[in-house]
Design a protein around this ligand. Structure first.
Ligand SMILES: NC(=O)c1ccc[n+]([C@@H]2O[C@H](COP(=O)([O-])OP(=O)(O)OC[C@H]3O[C@@H](n4cnc5c(N)ncnc54)[C@H](OP(=O)(O)O)[C@@H]3O)[C@@H](O)[C@H]2O)c1
Length: 290
């Protein structure tokens, strides 16, 4: 039985389907349960318990307030951190008390762990950066390590997750359909990416490997221009507007504009060395057909 914290989200829903396809039963922890296998919890209040948790063998932690949707005010930064760090400690206490059969844990984090660079390719052993996101990821992964004593413990540093089922594509499609898509910054910034189906299958695969690892959940690094063109092409559109200057995006979005205007290059050596086959390896419009 797999328990997914954050199982109601974009990646969580696909991950639950991947586990079901592999013969698992599933439970989902949610503040807003809507299905019989959802368990109500609130990481800022005592947990009431649920007998079904005694059968849980695998845990996947996908929790966290959205990084891209709101301005990074000081209070938002606290919410982004607490919804990953404190909630993970809370999940650990819950599992310690209610999940005696637990053997496997997958903790998600992000590739924004090293600071930005247009020239240096980072690998999983590189040091954390000093910017807000790098520091958040360091704290988040330290919290994941509560579970490191388990025989199977993996942390996946995800790149931008792509699919037509949500994420950036869902947000940008209305603009692209109206011909209002534009490339942020110079367009030459690198974006590490992976398809949703590959993420959900990778999580399911790694959770069954009795080892400990940290791996980039990344199929490749494309440029922002290549990403925008692939999205537009999938909607039979072209990018005709001029690029959006980085300074204008900073004025509109504040600090989080760095998600669009700064460059990240990360190694994919470890993921391609796994006995796991990625389905989507090239940045093309076909990524957005499913
Ligand atoms: N999508 C990407 O491209 C991407 C890339 C790198 C890393 N990630 C990380 O992967 C994780 C999942 O991403 P996603 O795109 O699936 O996010 P999502 O769709 O926004 O889902 C987030 C999940 O987290 C839970 N959650 C949010 N705030 C919470 C809080 N304060 N306390 C407890 N649970 C909370 C929600 O559960 P309920 O509302 O049901 O309680 C929801 O199921 C996130 O941590 C995200 O930062 C995502």
């Amino acid at each position: 039985m797999v328990l997914i914290a954050g199982g109601t989200g974009f990646i969580g829903k696909a991950t639950e389907q991947a586990f079901l396809a592999h013969g698992f039963k599933s439970l989902v922890l949610s503040r807003f349960p809507t299905k019989p296998n959802h368990i109500l919890w609130n990481p800022s209040a005592p947990f009431k318990g649920d007998d079904r948790l005694s059968e849980v063998t695998h845990v996947v932690n996908l929790m966290g307030e959205s990084i891209a949707t709101k301005r990074w005010t000081e209070s938002r930064k606290i919410a982004l951190t607490q919804s990953r760090v404190e909630t993970t400690h809370y999940l650990f206490d819950l599992c310690k008390e209610h999940c005696p059969k637990l053997t496997s844990y997958i903790g998600i984090s992000g590739v924004n762990a090293y600071g930005y660079s247009n020239t240096i390719t980072r690998d999983e052993s590189d040091a954390f950066g000093t910017d807000f996101l790098s520091q958040l990821i360091q704290k988040w992964e330290t919290a994941h390590r509560d579970f490191e004593f388990l025989p199977s413990f993996h942390m996946i540093r995800l790149g931008m997750v792509l699919s037509n089922k949500g994420g950036a594509y869902e947000s940008l499609s209305p603009l692209l359909k109206k011909g209002l898509g534009a490339v942020p910054g110079s367009g030459e910034q690198h974006v590490p990416w992976i398809h949703l189906d590959d993420v959900s299958n990778l999580i399911c695969f790694l959770s069954q490997q009795p080892q400990k690892s940290v791996v980039h959940g990344v199929a490749g690094c494309c440029t922002q221009r290549e990403l925008m063109v692939a999205m537009a092409t999938s909607l039979q559109r072209k990018i005709r507007l001029p690029n959006l200057p980085a300074f204008a995006l900073k004025l509109i979005l504040g600090e989080r504009s760095e998600l669009l205007t700064k460059s990240l290059m990360v190694s994919t050596q470890k993921i391609y060395a796994l006995p796991f086959e990625l389905e989507f390896k090239e940045m093309t419009d076909t990524l957005f057909k499913q």
